[in-house]
Design a protein around this ligand. Structure first.
Ligand code: CTP
Length: 431
């Protein structure tokens, strides 16, 4: 990640001595399964215990071939658990008691085998039984494996099934793998894992009582009953943002152009066709909105006249007259008051300069900028490569990641903004 000026300032605050003890009320269970990346979890534990978290490890028998229970016990100061059937003095129901007592369960690394077990309801050892007790809401999964294993359709199907159930994922990154090949499958960096756990432990309910208005998808500007101008937006980014806000306790209204996506559980869906309808829907809900996220790819132009009947072809060429559609986000710049406004910028050149201009012109707090020409970025993919820019000029370039993980990261940034406005969250961030 590239942190520029103001971002560095915020990072320094987060990593200062003031941070020590920030997680002191939090209990974390870390499930370690048998992959070579399990050695990296030692550093994750170190950093989380430095922040005050109480950490206990449960490891599979295969994991114990890579890192011993003794290492984890030394780092956590707590017994590291492996056996389903406990030794003397330990209760036989600990596979239920321990996950119930903790605030979160982090599975790190999660092998293809373990992911398969969770997705198929198999609980044949202590870790998989504890995962079944903890359930989707409490669990974060950090996969790490060889690229071929990761892209094996069975693994991808299992991952998708778990995401659908609400398990939170920290996606593997790209890099050199233990098998000496390069590809996707490397455990996410320690920095990413610690930062996500910190957010999930502190802010799982950070948006409770907050009203989000999120727009998604394309608009269709009809020329006649069968033809329209549109763009390639799939709506995946906006829907992922709705899910991410819901997972942190928000009330979410999702105003969407035409998509084929399922409504996120718990969201209020408002379906629209064109830019004018989207503007009307946004303006109706805006007075009760705390946070507006405009992820929709609103058409900037619509046919001046839409014909009521199908336009028949003639001998000559046809020239279309287009008029500007309303700039929904721009038109709310002056009514913003204490609300938080997040916009998106899709560019093919001068990404940062154009995005900064849009922050000023549309009076935004954050803008998520992507270059449509970068591989992995753009409309129809499941991934995106973006830079998030805040109104003070702070800039954070993120690696290629799934739209779902990106949505969580954007919500982390929104949470930081809510934090600057709400004393309760502010103290959680800075104390
Ligand atoms: N947007 C909007 N209404 C429009 C067009 C865009 O509210 N009619 C919002 C988008 O949802 C996005 C942001 O404004 O959050 C930026 O959109 P973008 O199309 O990138 O920028 P434009 O302002 O339309 O400028 P241009 O197309 O010239 O880059």
């Amino acid at each position: 990640m590239k942190f520029l000026k103001t971002r560095r300032k915020r990072k320094r605050i987060l990593n200062s001595d003031l941070d020590m003890g920030i997680l002191s009320e939090k209990k974390l269970l870390i499930g370690v399964s048998g992959g070579i990346a399990s050695y990296k979890v030692c550093e994750v534990i170190r950093q989380l215990t430095d922040l005050g978290a109480s950490v206990q490890v449960v490891l599979t028998k295969h994991a114990a071939n890579f890192v011993t229970a003794l290492t984890f016990e030394t780092l956590t100061n707590q017994p590291a658990l492996t056996e389903m059937f406990p030794e003397d003095g330990m209760v036989a129901t600990r596979h239920i008691d321990v996950p119930r007592m903790v605030d979160r369960l982090l599975i790190c690394p999660a092998t293809a085998n373990l992911i398969g077990k969770i997705a198929n309801g198999i609980a044949d050892d202590l870790l998989s039984s504890m995962i079944m007790v903890a359930g989707a809401e409490k669990t974060t999964v950090c996969p790490a494996m060889n690229t071929d294993m990761w892209f094996n359709p069975i693994v991808q199907k299992n991952v998708d099934a778990l995401r659908e159930l609400g398990y939170s994922f920290i996606d593997p990154g790209f890099g050199e793998l233990a098998c000496r090949t390069e590809g996707i499958g490397k455990l996410a960096s320690v920095e990413r894992i610690v930062s996500r756990m910190r957010i999930e432990l502190l802010y799982s309910n950070v948006f409770k009582g907050k009203n989000f208005l999120i727009t998604a998808g394309p608009t269709r500007e009809f020329l006649d009953p069968v033809r329209y101008l549109t763009n390639a937006s799939s709506g995946k980014m906006g829907y992922a943002l709705a899910e991410a806000a819901l997972s942190r306790g928000a009330n979410v209204k999702l105003i969407t152009g035409p998509t084929v996506l399922d409504t996120p559980e718990g969201a209020t869906l408002i379906e629209v066709n064109n830019a004018v309808e989207m503007e009307e829907a946004v303006k109706i809900s805006y007075p009760s909105t705390d946070i507006l996220v405009m992820a929709a790819a609103v058409a900037d132009y619509a046919p001046i006249r839409a014909s009521r009947s199908k336009i028949k072809k003639g001998k000559d060429d046809l020239t279309l007259g287009l008029r500007r559609t309303p700039d929904i986000l721009g038109s709310l710049a002056k009514s913003k008051e204490e609300r938080i406004h997040v916009g998106f910028a899709m560019e093919t050149e001068n990404l940062i300069a154009n995005a900064r201009k849009k922050i000023q012109e549309k009076n935004l707090d954050l803008i998520v900028a992507n270059n449509l020409l970068v591989e992995g970025a753009g409309f129809e993919t499941d991934t995106n490569v973006v830079t998030i820019i805040d109104r003070e000029g702070g800039e954070m370039s993120l690696p290629n990641m799934s739209k779902r993980e990106l949505a969580l990261t954007i919500m982390d940034e929104v949470a930081a903004f809510v934090g600057t406005r709400s004393s309760q969250i502010k103290s959680a961030i800075h104390v």
